[in-house]
Structures are given as structure tokens and as C-alpha cells.
Design a binder for this molecule. Structure first.
Ligand code: SF4
Length: 244
């Protein structure tokens, strides 16, 4: 994809969604940081459900430490890897108090020194909480970057570096949200919905999914609906009984 195509791709995503937002619910940088840590290998919806009960009770490092690891686990036990995440959040709170006066640091090195915080989490926090033009690469963005030809590379870190270098400066702040939302709702992993995609003509993916055949592969991949296989068996067995 060349420079003009990249600019056009972002122009269209921006037109379709001028003010993209994170789907994680938070009201402070600390809540955002904890939510992003909890969201590893979990859905934003699942994290929001847990934090809707947690944050009214404990939404600062002091309050979460006062709650303790065991009670924190109870609040987040519906989220995958909750035991490890509870341990990390407790350690993270301790470090924030010891080294950052309880505030979320605004630099990558300090963020990545926190337990449970890798480069992706740091990028999301820098972008969403502090307005830095970072582009964290999750599974959706990795897929889109490679499928479309926007920034093809073999690892998430390489895709991130390419995106940050190649994305036109005026689109860098929101690129993360536009790409993630496009991957979540249109350019889906199993069957990309090319027939309703606003960047289809710019995208290198072939063959495009046509509207008429869109449902067939999805059904095939999901397997037959419960009961459909047995119906034919049932009618065959009824026919066999009738003829016996
Ligand atoms: S055309 Fe299809 S593969 Fe390309 S970005 Fe759109 S949905 Fe994804």
C-alpha cells in the first residue's frame, strides 16, 4: 500500500467514526491502566462487567491494596487468568505508591516496569490516557495490517513500529481505535465482511467476501446448528421403522 492509499484508508475510517473511543469503561488513568491489564486475553465487555462492581468500591492504588488480593480476586474471577492478574494488580498498586505517588506514570519505561504491563498495555495507556500517538497492536490490528497490506510484518512489535512510522501524522492519535474497531466489527477474523467495508478497494486481501456467500462459510465454520444433523437421522430412522 502506498502513501496516498494509506492516507485515504484513514480518511475513510475517520469519516465513518470521527471520534473513536476505547470500549473499556474507565474514568481515571489508574482505572484505564487496571482495565487494560485485566483485558489481556479477555473481552472488553467481560472486563467492564467486572470493573463496574470493582471501581465503585476500589479505584485507587490505596483502595485496591486495602481490599487485598483475595477480595480483588472475587471481583475479577469472571475474567481469564484472574489469579495472576489479581497478583499483578496488587503489585502494580504497591509500585505506583512507592515510586510514583500513586499516579500512573506518563513514560513508557516506567509503565513497562509495572507488573503485568508490557509494551502493548503501555502503548494503550499512553495513547488513551495521555494522548500520545502510539499504536498498540492487538490481534485485530495485526490481522488488518497484514491482510490489507497497510503494514505487513511477522510480529506485533514490527507491525506496531511500521504503523507508527507509516501512519500519516494527522491520523496517528486515533489510528489504534479505528483499526481495532474495524477489525472487531467488519474485518473479522473468520469471515471479513468485505461487502460492507469502506476500505475494500484499497485492501490487498483476495478474494473479497461477497454479500451473497457471506453466511455460508460462517455456518460451515461454526458447524451445523444443534438438532439439524439429528433431524435427518431421525427422519431416516422413522422411514426405516415405517418400511420395517
Ligand atoms: S476488504 Fe475485507 S479483508 Fe479488506 S479490510 Fe475490508 S473487510 Fe478486511
Amino acid at each position: 500500500m502506498n502513501t496516498e492509499q494509506r492516507r485515504e484508508l484513514y480518511r475513510r475510517l475517520a469519516l465513518a467514526n470521527p471520534n473513536p473511543r476505547s470500549e473499556l469503561e474507565y474514568s481515571t488513568p489508574f482505572e484505564l491502566l487496571v482495565s487494560v491489564v485485566l483485558s489481556a486475553q479477555a473481552t472488553d465487555v467481560g472486563v467492564n462487567k467486572a470493573t463496574a462492581k470493582l471501581y465503585p468500591i476500589a479505584n485507587t492504588p490505596q483502595k485496591i491494596l486495602a481490599l487485598g488480593e483475595e477480595k480483588l480476586r472475587d471481583y475479577i474471577k469472571t475474567i481469564g487468568l484472574y489469579k495472576t492478574k489479581a497478583k499483578n494488580v496488587i503489585a502494580l498498586c504497591r509500585l505506583l505508591l512507592e515510586h510514583h505517588q500513586g499516579e500512573v506514570p506518563r513514560d513508557r519505561t516506567s509503565l513497562e516496569a509495572l507488573p503485568g504491563v508490557g509494551s502493548k498495555t503501555a502503548s494503550v495507556v499512553l495513547n488513551v490516557a495521555f494522548g500520545e500517538p502510539t499504536i498498540a497492536v492487538d490481534t485485530h490490528i495485526f490481522r488488518i495490517a497484514n491482510r490489507t497490506g497497510l503494514a505487513p510484518a511477522k510480529t506485533a512489535d514490527k507491525v506496531s513500529a511500521r504503523l507508527e512510522k507509516l501512519t500519516p501524522v494527522e491520523y496517528r492519535l486515533n489510528a489504534h481505535h479505528w483499526l481495532i474497531l474495524h477489525g472487531r466489527y467488519v474485518c473479522k477474523a473468520r469471515v471479513p465482511e468485505c461487502w460492507r467495508c469502506v476500505i475494500a478497494d484499497l485492501c490487498a486481501y483476495r478474494p473479497k467476501t461477497p454479500v451473497a456467500s457471506a453466511q455460508k462459510p460462517a455456518q460451515k465454520l461454526r458447524g451445523k446448528p444443534p438438532g439439524s444433523a439429528s433431524k435427518s437421522k431421525i427422519s431416516k430412522s422413522k422411514a426405516a421403522k415405517r418400511s420395517a
